[in-house]
Design a protein around this ligand. Structure first.
Ligand SMILES: *Cc1c(COP(=O)(O)O)cnc(C)c1O
Length: 284
């Protein structure tokens, strides 16, 4: 996996982007999180079991991973709306094409745990678990090498769901790392990071978003900034996490002292269904 760094400019701000969306078919932070498993001998396993939402980027990435490793993939979601079931799109569609077998259950984690046998690998929602750290050690090294080569320093920014990506990166880099919650608030994000035993990272700062957004919410200002970035930089970012990320970044520019490095964490396939929701609502 070759790290690609790019310099870009948006709203008169020059910054760098780490294009983890370009790592291959298997890309973004979910590929980073699965790197440990990608390199492991999994010959005594035949199945991956996980759980989460019906349009999650993690679900799709796990389906690609299962296909690569010739494993079955079982996934439990608590809800599947009838439109998506009848006409699969985006991550759900592509996960099905990769032979995902899915289950719907209100107690999705418990249901998933019950599917596990001695030949199964159990993966937590969002792949937020200790094995994830391996990929971020490598990411941190790529960032360090690039910074040294170009004689620059970075302040790193990336938006969070579980916070695993931001916290594991912060743990393994000497640069400052900034993030913002896209699921729940600051307290919830800090709690999730603490659950990974990554509390007390002095170089990790959680910034407040401009306002509280419900995860995946359709908002004019979110799709607007996403479109604006696409037009101005020709980089397609994710439509769920990155708009909240960029609004937060621009609201907090005074916090940043070094060159800003924004991490593109993939998730582009998820844009198909999110754009469809915006169109259906007449918002674009
Ligand atoms: C999963 C995902 C995130 C959130 O990552 P965490 O490690 O859970 O914080 C952010 N951006 C994109 C595009 C993602 O797919």
């Amino acid at each position: 996996m070759q790290a690609v760094f790019e310099k870009t400019k948006f709203r008169n701000l020059e910054f760098f982007v780490l294009r983890d969306d370009l790592l291959g078919e298997f890309n973004g932070n979910k590929a980073r999180k699965l790197e440990y498993f990608l390199k492991s001998d999994l010959s005594k396993f035949d199945t991956i079991v996980s759980y989460g939402s019906s349009q999650s980027n993690a679900m799709y990435s796990l389906s690609v991973f299962a296909k690569l490793k010739k494993l079955k993939f079982k996934y439990v979601m608590s809800h599947l709306n009838s439109n998506l079931k009848d006409t699969p799109v985006g991550n759900f569609k592509f996960a099905l094409e990769n032979k995902m077998e899915y289950f719907v259950s209100k107690n999705r984690r418990e249901f998933a745990l019950n599917l596990v046998d001695s030949k199964s690998i159990f993966i937590e929602e969002g792949i937020a678990q200790k094995e994830a750290k391996i990929g971020f050690i490598k990411q941190a090294k790529s960032i360090k090498d690039y910074a040294n080569k170009n004689k620059i320093k970075f302040d790193i920014f990336l938006p969070s769901g579980t916070g695993a990506s931001a916290a594991y990166l912060a743990k393994h880099t000497k640069f400052r790392v900034f993030t913002t919650p896209c699921v729940g608030d600051k307290i919830y994000l800090q709690k999730q990071i603490n659950n990974l035993n990554l509390n007390n990272l002095s170089n990790l700062t959680i910034l407040n978003p401009p306002k509280k957004y419900h995860f995946g919410a359709l908002k004019k200002e979110l799709v607007q900034i996403w479109q604006e970035i696409l037009n101005e930089t020709s980089i397609e970012f994710d439509l769920i996490y990155d708009p909240v990320g960029f609004l937060t970044l621009f609201l907090n520019l005074s916090e940043f002292k070094e060159n800003i490095l924004y991490i593109h964490q993939g998730g582009i396939l998820g844009n198909i269904s999110q754009l469809q929701r915006y169109k259906f609502k007449g918002m674009i």
